[in-house]
Design a protein around this ligand. Structure first.
Ligand code: A3P
Length: 272
């Protein structure tokens, strides 16, 4: 819609583009899009439309902070700018780079059961490959190599939350990082969003009527500013049914890591 594009590309009076005061750092497939879209309901939040990949991709980072700022939305003084790039959480450089931009930034991290996350990650790649007419493999064929768990599989490594969190805690205090429970966000979005409002010191503005359950989609959708919208069809795709033995192997692989993570963040989750 041209007039809408025009509206959005014009600078409303009293606004400027600001570097984010909050970043959703990941994790990939944790529910990062849902979290960002749901936070966008809040009048004091302005969100960046696309994933910027500034702190994790060298070719973008060298473009400098002004390039980064130019990709942020126009915001009023009483608004918090938020961007989300799920790749930051597992990136080696992102913690140090974000810290050097703003050492008192507030970070949001949305996590879900690590095994579920692996399957979701696989499902996304599976559909991308199908769309690009590339050959696909069943889940078990990738996750199991020579009879053992293929721990080199990227999707498995991304689910080692303790390993990644350790790097963030070298640069940030635990109280600067709020962890959103992705499993809860799916079933009770309001509960998780109210915690985020408190973490960001925002007045409570997100209410239950902002959500309605869409039977066809099988997920909550958003009602805000007189509009109703669900997330893109690529969010919430059915997962493959995974062999029980393989599931057990994944649960076993993550168990120690999960416990280490719970200790690190003084918080526990109901992961397998
Ligand atoms: P699945 O597609 O595996 O179900 P991300 O945006 O980080 O890629 O995360 C995608 C995940 O967000 C989806 O994983 C889905 O489970 C989850 N999600 C949470 N709330 C959702 C909602 N209201 N609508 C659609 N997906 C949602």
């Amino acid at each position: 819609n041209t007039s809408e594009q025009f509206l959005f590309s014009t600078q409303p009076p009293g606004t400027t583009r600001r570097t984010p005061q909050t970043i959703i750092i990941g994790v990939r497939k944790g529910g990062t899009r849902a979290l960002l879209e749901m936070l966008d309901i809040h009048p004091n939040i302005a969100v960046a439309a696309t994933e910027v990949h500034f702190f994790d991709w060298d070719e973008n980072y060298i473009k400098g902070i002004e390039w980064y700022r130019s990709l942020m939305p126009y915001s009023f003084e009483n608004q918090i700018t938020i961007e989300k790039t799920p790749g930051y959480f597992t990136s080696l450089q992102a913690p140090e780079r974000i810290h050097s931009m703003n050492s008192s930034i507030k970070l949001l991290l949305i996590l879900r059961d690590p095994t579920e996350r692996v399957i979701s990650d696989y499902t996304q790649v599976y559909y991308n490959r199908l769309e690009n007419r590339k050959p696909v493999q069943p889940f078990e064929g990738i996750v199991i190599k020579n009879g053992a768990l293929n721990t080199k599989y990227k999707a498995i490594q991304r689910s080692l939350y303790d390993v990644h969190m350790e790097r963030w805690l070298k640069y940030f205090n635990l109280n600067q990082i709020h962890i959103v429970d992705g499993n809860t966000l799916i079933k009770k979005p309001l509960t998780e969003l109210q915690k985020v409002e408190r973490f960001l010191n925002l007045p409570p503005r997100i209410v239950s009527s902002n959500f309605y359950f869409n039977q066809t989609k099988g997920f909550y959708c958003i009602r805000s500013d007189g509009r109703e919208r669900c997330l893109h069809e690529s969010k919430g795709r059915p997962h493959p049914v995974v062999n029980e033995t393989v599931l057990e192997q994944l649960y076993n692989h993550f168990r120690e890591h999960n416990h280490r993570f719970y200790q690190m963040v003084n918080q526990s989750f109901e992961w397998h």
